[in-house]
Design a protein around this ligand. Structure first.
Ligand SMILES: Nc1ncnc2c1ncn2[C@@H]1O[C@H](COP(=O)(O)OP(=O)(O)OP(=O)(O)O)[C@@H](O)[C@H]1O
Length: 528
């Protein structure tokens, strides 16, 4: 067996066999090599593309310029762990409506990934004949803190829980090379430590992770490869490239003045919001935008939210905090009526209790817009059918549903088209409008989803991990914009740098335990 895991020698890469197909980078990659026991971080805005290169997703030219150090004749076993949402295709409502048949598998089955079945029938069909190493299975469950979730339904896992399950599922396949993009996004600090320590100590597969310029490089990392649109910018042992990294980080994470030169100003955008013209004294006298009067939510008798009292004034900005699995998404899905227990007189909107018959899903959602990992996953999936960015944005005007992808731009009124154009200009996404959503960088996709949820001028804006995976500059533009936004805002975010300024916070701790308070600026997170 060769003494390397993967190696590139003078390779150009293409996405198609066609002669005229453009190459991924203008110049060949001279040399890149990962040896056993090395722990690499692929670093920078173009990390996803480079992970795909070393994961054999592009065609190397010449063919042997990309090699895997395996026994002759065997295929490289490469696993990609991508965390774009909960189970792809699961909209929030599907997550909470009990066990639609496409998704009704337990966490154990999801991780073992060798049979398919449905609650509709009482037999299962084998998907593979691979042998599952049951001792590895138990080890992964223990190390990734999944034991208690083993018999739970996969659809009901929170984002953080699902990430750990996905990682276990990939590693159980005993890959030679495991590629993980942004392994820490959306994780609370203790889950971040769990996953980071786990990856650092794991020795049964070579794990390579992709991180953004602004991310902290984990202590266990031995080598860094910085990539940009031209390929490898620099690479080497972490200690050798330390200074280059500091310089690069400074360059990319500071605002580049003049890079975006919008024709419009924030006031031109927010003045379109119905609350923008309402004087302060009238806002103060309005009923609460939302009030929870002792809300309880449980799953099969297990409480998640218990006796929750919460009053939200119009125009206030809230940071909804809490460790993975404490019920943040459950709470938000209740607000958007995606949760079966949403018809609850303990939920009071604008002074009116929400009882069955008193309002409906569409009326509620006329005033709410959101960006969330679930929605992101659905957009990526839909864009495989050709959804372009302009249409992705236009769908933001759909009054009643965040989940409608039929072409809509041509149906928009003149005023709506103008709003879309002004927002696209301000956020610097004009050049993306005719591109397919799926082709955009993850950072641009997130930016488009953010802009999309502003367009219908919602009274309530829900930003669930809306800025994770966004590059610093566009994120700062969005945060600055939110300072002037006249609607009520709920933010869910685990990372201080990704959290826009909020006036208050609600911290969910455990069922029946929560804290409400005024936000203070975040202290910076301790490095991992
Ligand atoms: N349909 C369901 N059936 C059973 N349990 C569920 C269901 N939906 C959610 N849960 C459980 O309820 C708890 C709260 O989940 P929720 O997704 O609301 O947490 P969260 O705070 O948003 O987590 P994260 O930060 O990881 O996104 C979790 O333990 C989750 O496994």
């Amino acid at each position: 067996m060769a003494n390397f895991i993967v190696r590139i020698n003078s390779g150009l890469f293409k996405s198609s066999l066609q002669r005229s197909a453009p190459t991924l980078y203008s110049k060949p990659i001279k040399h890149f090599e990962i040896k056993p026991r090395e722990k690499w971080v692929i670093w920078g805005a173009e990390k996803a593309k480079f992970l795909d290169v070393i994961g054999n997703k592009f065609l190397p030219d010449p063919p042997l310029s990309l090699e895997y150090g395996l026994k002759k004749g065997s295929f490289p076993r490469v696993e990609f762990v991508k965390f774009s949402g909960v189970i792809p295709t699961a909209h929030l409502s599907a997550r909470y409506e009990y066990f639609k048949d496409d998704f009704d598998q337990t966490c154990e089955k999801f991780i073992k990934d060798n049979t398919a079945g449905s609650l509709a029938v009482d037999y299962e069909v084998s998907k593979t004949n691979r042998n599952i190493d049951l001792s590895l299975y138990s080890e992964l469950l223990k190390d990734l803190k999944l034991k208690a979730l083993e018999h739970r339904w996969t659809m009901g896992l929170s984002n953080g829980q699902m990430r750990r399950a996905r990682l276990a599922r990939s590693l159980l396949k005993e890959p030679d090379l495991t590629l993980i993009e942004d392994p820490f996004l959306g994780l609370d600090p203790s889950a971040t430590d769990t996953i980071s320590n786990f990856i650092g100590n794991y020795s049964r597969s070579c794990i390579v992770i992709g991180l953004r310029y602004q991310d902290t490089i984990p202590k266990w990392c031995t080598h860094v490869c910085c990539v940009d649109e031209n390929g490898i910018a620099f690479q080497g042992q972490k200690s050798e490239v330390k200074d280059l990294m500091a310089e690069t980080r400074k360059q990319y994470t500071s605002n580049v003045p003049g890079a975006r030169q919008p024709k419009y100003q924030i006031k031109d955008l927010v003045s379109r919001h119905p609350l923008a013209q309402v004087p302060k004294h009238e806002i103060i006298n309005m009923p609460s935008a939302l009030e929870l009067k002792g809300l309880d939510v449980s799953y099969k008798g297990e409480p998640v939210l218990k006796d929750l009292h919460w009053k939200v004034a119009p125009q206030s900005k809230w940071h909804v905090k809490g460790d993975n699995g404490t019920g943040k998404s459950t709470l938000l899905s209740l607000l958007t009526a995606d949760h079966p227990q949403s018809w609850n007189s303990k939920v009071v909107e604008n002074g009116r209790p929400r009882k069955t018959g008193s309002t409906d899903y569409f009326t509620i959602n006329r005033n709410i817009a959101m960006s969330s990992p679930e929605l992101h996953a659905i957009f990526v999936k839909n864009s495989r059918n050709g959804l372009i960015t302009r249409e992705a944005l236009a769908s933001g005007f759909q009054e009643n549903s965040s989940n409608n992808f039929l072409p809509y731009y041509n149906v928009l009124s003149k005023e709506q088209k103008e709003t879309l154009a002004i927002f696209a200009d301000y956020f610097g996404i004009n050049d993306l409008l005719s591109r397919r959503f799926e082709e955009l960088s993850v950072s641009d996709q997130k930016l488009v989803l953010f802009v999309r949820c502003l367009l219908k001028m919602p009274k309530i804006l829900i930003l669930d991990e809306a800025f994770s995976a966004m590059e610093t500059e566009p994120m700062q533009t969005c945060h600055e914009f939110l300072e002037y936004w006249p609607g009520t805002v709920f933010v869910v975010s685990h990372v201080p740098e990704e959290t826009p300024r909020c006036d208050h916070y609600l911290r969910l701790i455990s069922p029946g335990h929560y804290e409400i308070g005024d936000s203070t600026p975040f202290s910076r997170q301790a490095p991992r």
